[in-house]
Design a protein around this ligand. Structure first.
Ligand code: SF4
Length: 284
């Protein structure tokens, strides 16, 4: 059984940067408590490891009594920075620069009089943060069907959650263009995301089975599994090697492995080793 590992499987730039910032803060001489607004990354194993080193995970900034507060790579709106300033909390800002760019574009489009449309998931932290930057004034669209029910103005500005599926983005933009007179589109899907999505789309055509490794709460990891499954390839999404079942691999000639942007190498390697123990050989 041949194993093909997607080239860019695993941590993206933004997640690696967030982890490095937090590791450095935890190891610093300064010993005030450090709180993360939500799990630092969407990977329960990594988050547990950081908690063991002293990071406290909270859901709301109001739960932070003192010390340092980490803004995750997903970013937050201006209200959180303002609150931190008023409470004298030190901010460790791990917002991914690509997400910062989405916030800046939201502000720009509003300022220039466009009706703002964010293509993304309403409940995702990144989208909530961008919506805050737009003072809560934006339509959030996750699918072409959802768009059908919405009233559009004649002048529309479009941005995207950085981890959106490019095909979904394109379909929604095409629908919007048909219904407006002026449309300004920024494709803010980050390269790390689109590269992983293209790779898994290609990979799923070459293999009998795709294993996607990463947090079940990670939007970008779930998207990889969706893309592979939508291509008609048998796909399993696992958080760890322990979830792999021997019978999945029976009679399979080629297995593809990929991982979300918040999956550490250690988890990918553990999955690879388990598949090797079942007769897998890594192909060059
Ligand atoms: S997926 Fe892209 S936007 Fe999100 S943290 Fe990674 S590099 Fe940044």
């Amino acid at each position: 059984m041949q194993i093909i590992i997607a080239k860019s499987a695993g941590f993206c730039f933004g997640v690696r940067r967030a982890l490095e910032l937090v590791e450095a803060a935890l190891n610093a001489e300064e010993k005030s408590p450090i709180f993360s607004l939500g799990p630092l990354i969407h990977n329960p194993t990594v988050v547990k490891g950081l908690e063991a080193k002293g990071l406290h995970v909270v859901n709301q900034i109001e739960e932070v009594p003192e010390g340092r507060v980490v803004i995750r790579s997903h970013g937050v709106g201006p209200g959180i920075y303002q609150y931190a300033k008023e409470k004298n909390l030190e901010v460790i800002d791990a917002t991914c620069p690509f997400v910062k760019n989405v916030h800046q574009l939201a502000v720009l489009l509003k300022k220039e009089g466009y009706q703002l449309i964010i293509i993304g998931e309403r409940e995702h932290a990144e989208v909530k943060g961008v919506l805050d930057s737009a003072a809560g004034e934006a339509l959030i669209v996750s699918s072409p069907t959802e768009l059908e029910q919405m009233n559009l103005e004649l002048k529309v500005g479009i941005i995207s959650q950085t981890t959106q599926d490019i095909n979904n983005f394109q379909q929604i933009v095409c629908q919007i263009v048909k219904r407006t007179k002026e449309c300004r589109v920024f494709n803010t899907i980050c390269l790390a995301t689109s590269k992983r999505q293209q790779e898994v789309a290609e990979l799923s055509k070459q293999v009998d089975l795709v294993i996607v490794v990463g947090g079940k709460n990670s939007a970008n990891t779930c998207r990889l599994a969706e893309i592979a499954a939508n291509n008609g390839t048998l796909t399993y999404h696992v958080e760890s090697a322990a979830e792999l079942q021997t019978d999945w691999f029976q009679d399979k000639k080629v297995v593809g492995i990929t991982a979300g942007a918040s999956t550490p190498d250690s988890q990918i390697n553990a999955v690879v080793e388990k598949i090797k123990s079942l007769g897998g050989i890594i192909s060059d």
